[in-house]
Design a protein around this ligand. Sequence first.
Ligand SMILES: [Zn+2]
Length: 343
Amino acid sequence: MERLGWVILVLLCLSPDRALAQALFDVKPVAEGVYAAMARPHRPENGNSAFVLLDDGVLVVDTASTPSSARALIAEIRKLTPRPVKWIVNTHFHWDHYWGNQAFVEAFPSVDIISSQRTRLDMGRMGLGNALLARWSLEIPATIADWKRQLEQTTELDRRQRLTERIQGWEVALPELKAMRPAMPTLTFERRVVLHSGARTVELLWLGRGHTAGDVVVYLPQERVMATGDLLAGDTPYIADITPYEWIRTLEALEKLDFDIAIPGHGEVMGGKEKLLLWKEYFRDLMAETESAYAAGTTLEDAVKQVSARLVEKYRDRFAGDFPQAVEGNVSATYRIVSGQQN
Ligand SMILES: [Zn+2]
């Protein structure tokens, strides 16, 4: 028995990525040679990935939030095929989708990283890419100390568990983040690129501004599958710097594509267009309600309370559990847009 224990320990040490992979991602086939890698809860949060097996290599959509999480993805790919990763597509510039790039470059030195032109630009400026990383390396220790203080002061079990997970996750990630230099895209395009590999066709499409200015959708027309990044995700929409007006237009362009399955940047794989229609409806209500609150002279603070309450009542059961918290940020972002403070 004791010997068996040692054997298991040695096996785990020989394949740490494999043990890690099982803990971080659930890989599901969605079509012949096409897989969704669904991120499990983790700190720092990982986006989902997708793998497309090509004749001479693998195309990977998004690379998670850290090199160690990306190595977990690589371990999953190696279970599926001995072929090398040839292409990475970064759907947008948010860190939870591309800070794993570096691990792929280390494992597959000739890999090309593709994004829209705008995404590459955003990765490098506005404090959103490497500059954000530098700032976080300075700020995270203080944030962790603050979480520890909160943990000492709270007796509520749920909250204690959430804080403990956060503290442990970020303490492990911090040295990794400090040492990391995210690899940047090596190929960019404006609107559309088509990759051909044997019988497979992969379209990379920029359909307009949505979650960010540079969102790319990876579309397989024959398989009727797409990976949407956060342009259409399985959880609640997160409005940062793009107006819901533009986002709706881009979702309308997405709706015109023939697809049965969408692999989102977060949340579960989606069948059909139901979620897309829900997001459009939600954005329309969000804009209409916020516009009329602003027109009636309601302050930002009151509008956030009133509009959020109405939207939560209508949509609570149709979105993920974090909807009530997320909707307040959406209302305040939309208020700043309709009041001309941001466009
Ligand atoms: Zn994301």
